[in-house]
Design a protein around this ligand. Structure first.
Ligand code: ATP
Ligand code: MG
Length: 713
């Protein structure tokens, strides 16, 4: 039973309500974290539908992740009932662009069955091109080329439009890019960036098509607008009709995708593009307690060039943000796992707790600890599961069955499991294919008709072609999961895994998981498209489990209890972004920290370790400068036992690095700029290390021996 309009509008504050009800003309909602931007967008959608201004398929709504899109759909259904069905164009930029591209694929030389390549495939293509151009792939790596091409696509540049200032390998940038695009077309494939880039080509070259979509999309809504890149921006512009019924919501302080070409300037440009646009500011935060908000606001205040906003909350309850220093990464995992168990006993659901890491390598320690303690957890964000070799192999089979042009898939599995088709033969096939401009499969068929093959290879290849043909036939009558099972069995792939005592079982389990998850899709194409598009895999979403994800993946989400580990220089802020982008990189890292802290509703807990195993080597870590930037009024530095961290006694202590034994690391406590403590020992693996507290005049105040479990003395 759909509710009356008043119901879904009730509870909104006046500014939110204004943003919801100003349906005609451009609206920009510019506001800080947790002020209800997403809620406004969702309610606005509901409002447009409920008041009959548009039908579901006439709305274009873009969110940043598939998860966000799904949540929005659920929420609208909840608000207005079944009339929310048919929201075809609610999704991520990529998923919507993919829909449009499927329909007009021929216009850019693709068939509608095109496959979407992942980064692995992209790099493989780049490698081939670099080799063909006789470039040293150590100096000019496939990865850097593929990254650069991505970057160009994010800026909306096709090879023809590439500015002359952009280059790769001394003048070969444009030709490599053009060759890459041509190669993808011959593979009947596109990469992620192409989804939008091809859309731009189609929409700008074919006025009638653009006009059709502009007429169709009577209202456009965009969440997380601060993270749109140039290509996405241009795409939105092409789809926005002159009535300009477009509503964008965003927060400049949460722009964290600069490395992917996002432009905060798009926010500023909005008012220029849409003169007379209504700009709504929201200042009340409904998500977090005052301490969380205070800590986050204090932190982000260190950034320059902000638009600046006021944020307040009525929630005066809750603890200060806790900051803890620990000995090493394992201790951090132990601490957090223990606290999760404690919180759980106090009635907090596992799913209400999240561990937000800067980089995925940090996840392992938590995963291991959680497994050990049987804490249920889900890793969200990053197509980790789909990146596993066995999953990629299975997909390669399916892709080749679906599209004979897919040479990358061919190359991947033609000799997996081993069929006695050597590398030389494969290279030969690929070479012939290239020379005669046909697919590898077609080249094989030709070769089989000639007498150029050795008997053994001939048999193997002919069996391979026969199998693929048979499976393609089988696909006509079977479900795609039956097809997958059959292919894995008949190809000998399952047997190959069974023979592997070490990891075979895990891989078979993953493959089982794969065939199960496929059943949720109507077709193989739909499934493979989904795989390419998922950024957030949420197995076990329904289950009660702790959520582990990267800070990037946490955007827009909220949790009662949030753990923020690894706040150490080099880890967070990440060394790489500082090295690559200097002050700008640092500011983006700080916005990421702001995003992290503002995910918490009741409780945020930051931690850092004095030692960390990075790429197999122990390194001493300094606490993140962000720890120091947290305003002391909203933070509590905590230490249960007096060791591993910060104690009140350290307040006046000052470091004296030279006096420490050979191995040591120092950290200061939040807000107490001058205070530092040192952990010291003879070697990193020599755990019985000492913590020392040293006064400003160099006097040793106290020491602690973590191993003996003693406090300061
Ligand atoms: P972010 O910047 O992190 O994406 P946001 O501005 O999109 O945040 P929302 O996620 O929409 O904020 O809202 C934050 C929380 O506040 C949600 O739990 C939402 O339901 C709640 N909220 C928003 N507006 C109101 C309101 N008027 N009354 C009560 N709760 C609200
Ligand atoms: Mg939001």
């Amino acid at each position: 039973e759909p509710s009356a309009p008043a119901d879904y509008l009730a509870g909104l504050n006046p500014e939110q309500r204004e943003a919801v009800e100003t349906v005609d003309g451009p609206v920009l909602v510019l506001a800080g974290a947790g002020t209800g931007k997403t809620r406004v967008l969702t309610t606005r959608l509901a409002h447009i539908l409920a008041t009959g201004r548009a039908r579901p398929w006439e709305l274009l709504a873009v969110t940043f992740t598939n998860k966000a899109a799904r949540e929005m759909r659920e929420r609208i259904t909840h608000l207005i009932g079944p009339s929310a069905e048919g929201l075809r164009w609610l999704g991520t930029f990529h998923s919507v662009a993919a829909q449009i591209l499927r329909r007009y694929a021929e216009l850019v030389g693709l068939k509608s069955t095109f496959t979407i390549l992942d980064t692995d495939d992209q790099e493989r293509v780049c490698k081939q091109l670099l080799e063909a151009a006789n470039l040293d792939t150590k100096r000019w790596t496939p990865r850097s080329l593929s990254g650069l091409i991505d970057h160009w696509k994010n800026r909306g540049w096709t090879p023809e439009k590439l500015p002359s200032t952009e280059d790769f390998a001394n003048g070969k940038g444009q030709s490599l890019y053009a060759a890459y695009q041509a190669r993808l077309v011959s593979l009947n494939a596109c990469d992620f960036g192409d989804l939008l880039l091809h859309n731009l080509t189609i929409l700008s070259k074919h006025a009638d098509i653009a006009e059709e979509y502009r007429r169709r999309f009577r209202y456009i809504l965009v969440d997380e607008y601060q993270d749109t890149n140039v290509a996405q921006y241009l795409w939105l512009r092409l789809l926005t009709s002159s009535t300009g019924n477009v509503c964008c919501v965003g927060d400049d302080d949460q722009s964290i995708y600069g490395w992917r070409g996002a432009e905060v300037d798009n926010i500023l440009r909005f008012e220029r593009d849409f003169p007379g646009a209504k700009v709504v500011r929201l200042e009340r935060n409904y998500r977090s307690t005052q301490h969380i908000l205070g800590a986050a606001s204090g932190l982000i205040a260190s950034n320059k060039g902000r638009l600046g906003k006021t944020l307040w909350t009525e929630d005066q309850t809750g603890d200060k943000v806790r900051v803890r220093g620990v000995w090493d990464g394992e201790a951090e995992a132990r601490l957090i796992a223990d606290e999760i168990e404690t919180a759980r006993r106090q009635g907090v659901g596992y799913k209400d707790m999240a561990v937000l890491v800067r980089a995925s390598f940090q996840m392992r320690a938590f995963e291991e600890r959680f497994v050990l303690l049987a804490v249920p957890y889900t890793v969200i964000g990053g197509p980790r599961f789909f990146e596993r070799a066995e999953i990629r192999d299975a997909h390669a089979y399916l892709r080749l069955i679906l599209s004979e042009d897919d040479d990358l898939a061919f190359e991947r599995i033609v000799n997996v499991p081993k069929r006695g088709i050597g590398d030389t033969s494969v290279q030969k096939v690929l070479q012939i294919a290239r020379l005669s401009g046909v697919s590898a499969m077609a080249a094989v068929r030709d070769l089989l008709g000639s007498d150029e093959l050795q008997a053994r290879t001939r048999t193997a290849l002919s069996n391979f072609v026969r199998d693929i043909d048979r499976w393609r036939q089988f696909a006509q009558t079977s479900t795609h999961w039956e097809l997958t099972e059959t292919v894995l069995e008949e190809s000998g792939y399952t047997d190959m895994q069974k023979a592997d005592r070490a990891t075979g079982q895990t891989r078979l389990d993953n493959l089982k998981e794969l065939t199960q998850s496929m059943q949720a899709f109507d077709s193989l194409t739909a499934y493979l498209e989904h795989v390419s598009l998922v950024m957030d895999l949420d197995r076990g979403d329904a289950a009660d489990s702790v959520q582990i994800m990267t800070l990037h993946g946490a955007k827009g989400l909220e949790f009662p209890l949030v753990f923020l580990p690894g706040w150490e220089e080099g880890v967070f802020p990440s060394q790489r972004s500082i090295d690559e982008k200097g002050e700008k990189g640092l500011e983006e890292e700080r916005r990421l920290a702001y995003v992290g802290v503002t995910r918490a509703k009741q409780d945020a807990r930051i931690s850092f370790a004095a030692n960390r195993l990075v790429y197999g080597r122990w390194t001493s870590q300094l606490p993140s400068r962000f720890v120091d930037e947290l305003p002391i009024d909203h933070v509590e530095a905590e230490s249960d036992t007096g060791y591993y961290g910060v104690t009140p006694g350290m307040k006046e202590a000052k470091s004296r690095w030279d006096e420490m034994p050979t191995f040591g690391s120092g950290y200061s406590s939040p807000g107490w700029k001058r205070a530092q403590s040192f952990t010291a020992g003879r070697s990193p693996t020599d755990r019985p290390a000492r913590h020392a507290l040293i006064e400003g005049d160099g006097r040793l105040v106290a020491t602690a021996d973590p191993k003996a479990g003693s406090g300061w003395s």
